[in-house]
Design a protein around this ligand. Sequence first.
Ligand code: F6P
Length: 357
Amino acid sequence: MRIGILTGGGDCQGLNAAIRAVAKSLMLNNNAEIIGIEDGFDGLLKRKVRQLSYADCSGILSLGGTILGTSNKANPFDYQGKDCSADVMSYYHELGLDAVVMIGGDGTMSIAYELSKLGMNIVGVPKTIDNDLMCTERTFGFQTAVSIVTEAIDRLRTTGHSHKRVMILETMGRYAGWIALHAGVAGGADVILIPEYPYNIDEIVSACELRASEQHYSIIVVAEGAKPEDGTMAVQETIADSPDPIRLGGISDVLKSQLETRLNGEVRATSLGHIQRGGSPTANDRIFATNVGAFAAKLISENLFGRVVVQQKNQLTSVPLEQVANQTKGVARDNITLQSALSLGISFGVANLDAMG
Ligand code: F6P
């Protein structure tokens, strides 16, 4: 058995733990040869692979990033204006691969789905700090990112408290508010703004004023994809050849300007950026990445392809790639953490969130 592994999209904590689990399981139980594909789909386009030994996959469990490299720019179906999928399929056959394990988020799974339709045997493994992959309750990287953002809120609180300021913290998460919601609740934010529910600035002003009547500072956590109800998302740049062509960022500065003119006090904005994706995974993310990696190896050994490993009702299972591709899992109104936050009086910048369509 000869199995390829690639990591696609943005890096995150737990990628190496997953690579290790896939590779070691397949080497030990199926005597498989493991071919590491470098830099995500770029490696399939530019023919960059290397065989991974057992030793290559040892000592990497706690390491951040990915030993294989990754890219969120190389889309074989739209690469420098061309469809290069036929070249990628030829290379797959030339390499003599029986299957490829693709570890990635929604962009990677969407490409994986298209390649599987062309005959590539693929098993998807879900990763992303954004936690926005359809059909799965969890992706590795998310829990670590939430811990990092929570610690940042704790640190911002001391300055907010000492200087009586409104402190805004911008998180990643693209079009979903998972990181902001979970870290906001874990860090005790007063206002949490997420893309799923466009905010009304007057609601945020009221929340800060109400809070000021008891504590003279407020913490606002805003997801990068959040937007005012009468405005648009803050975009930093657009990227060619990418399954994720829009880079978000900057909403915390927009919000700071909006609030400074309305509030009687100082406002400061901080954006955590890639710090959220860096460094070692938490113990829990290491375990989860190991579990999904070993589960992917099991699917391969059973010749079950065109599927993605997912967690549903706290159990690992798999679903067809088609169910995950080209979709985003957002925070639903009945989400337990969202509902808890509302019941504690945390503002989402919306007058009546439960009434929203
Ligand atoms: O999908 C992970 C993520 O970190 C998003 O939260 C963020 O919008 C994006 O990637 C940033 O991408 P890049 O690393 O290309 O700036």
